[in-house]
Design a protein around this ligand. Sequence first.
Ligand code: FES
Length: 90
Amino acid sequence: MPKPVIEICLGSSCFARGSNRYPQAAARWLAAHGIAAELRGRRCRKACADGPIVAIDGVEHQVPDLEALHRALASLIDAAPQSVIQRSRA
Ligand code: FES
């Protein structure tokens, strides 16, 4: 089963609005929730007015801040099959 793909726009407009903080924040959130995903940067897709933009499996989300990033990533918890969720067993 392929991992979900998370693409964070690092174009100049999204970057200036804070998307530069998102790769590290997303990696931390995914690790904390035990979700294996492919995390990528991407170039501007001409949705700058709505940015920062984060696409999850091709679905674009408006992500104005870290709280919104976490909400967008949380969609993976319900959508992901168990095979991509690697929860630790304590
Ligand atoms: S810079 Fe992100 S959509 Fe244009």
